[in-house]
Write a protein that binds this ligand. Structure first.
Ligand SMILES: [Zn+2]
Length: 240
């Protein structure tokens, strides 16, 4: 496990060389907010990382309910029974293993590793604009129907989950990068993901941190490029 700090945010990376999976400890005045819960074996390392910082994890905010973002959730909830678990209402259904679509959603199947045996249920359902610790939830659907990004309002750092990837080159969710195609394969609806990417770009983040790959500082130009690539790819696909 690799640990790198950016201001208030500590990125924890599992399998940094092969298949990097990130989760984040966000440092608050008195405690920590964990964003995402990595892989099943990650729980102990996450708690040890918090101990190294010297604060305890009081909140677990999930960007979305895919296996590699909620893997250690049950174990963490056992180790940290006081921690409040939060996710969007939409992805809470996915967390419970329910892959049915809501009326009005694009009729494409939800993809990726949807958890089959997670027992933890959220303590709090987060809606767009709500706050958890120093983070503001920003709805960014597309990769999953209920994906939330989290903006640290102190620094402008954006924890975007899989709305973007940076491994294998920056990409909007749904756009396949040859060197790391997995997030694209796991994406529900690329057009929706592109609309969300535009919305996240308007936040003008100071740092873009994602589920897979290294964070980008001053990411505006890279995000612009990723959006242009996604626009071009979707236009080609629709034959316009
Ligand atoms: Zn995902």
């Amino acid at each position: 496990m690799k640990m790198i700090r950016y201001d208030h945010i500590v990125q924890l990376t599992f399998f940094p060389r092969l298949f990097p999976v990130n989760c984040f400890l966000v440092e608050e005045q008195d405690d920590l907010t964990l964003v995402d819960a990595a892989l099943p074996f990650s729980a102990k390392a996450i708690v040890q990382a918090a101990e190294r910082i010297g604060k305890s994890i009081r909140r677990i905010a999930l960007t979305h309910a895919h296996d590699d973002h909620v893997g250690a959730l049950d174990r963490l909830k056992q180790m940290l029974p006081e921690a409040e678990v939060a996710i969007s209402a939409r992805d809470a259904r996915l967390l419970a293993g329910d892959v049915t679509l809501d009326p009005g959603e694009p009729p494409t199947p939800i993809r990726g590793g949807v958890p089959k045996a997670v027992r933890t249920r959220p303590d709090r359902l987060l809606a767009d604009g709500e706050r958890i610790g120093s983070l503001r939830a920003v709805a960014a659907p597309g990769h999953t129907p209920g994906l939330l990004a989290f903006l640290d309002e102190r620094s402008g750092a954006l924890l975007a989950g899989d709305a973007f990837q940076t491994r294998g080159g920056i990409a909007v969710s749904g756009q396949r990068k040859v060197l790391f195609p997995f997030p694209a394969w796991a994406t529900w609806h690329a057009e929706t993901a592109l609309a969300s990417a535009r919305r996240l770009q308007e936040l003008r983040p100071s740092l873009l941190a994602v589920g897979h790959g290294m964070p980008l500082q001053r990411p505006a130009a890279a995000i612009d490029r990723a959006i242009r690539e996604a626009e071009a790819a979707l236009e080609r696909r629709s034959g316009r």
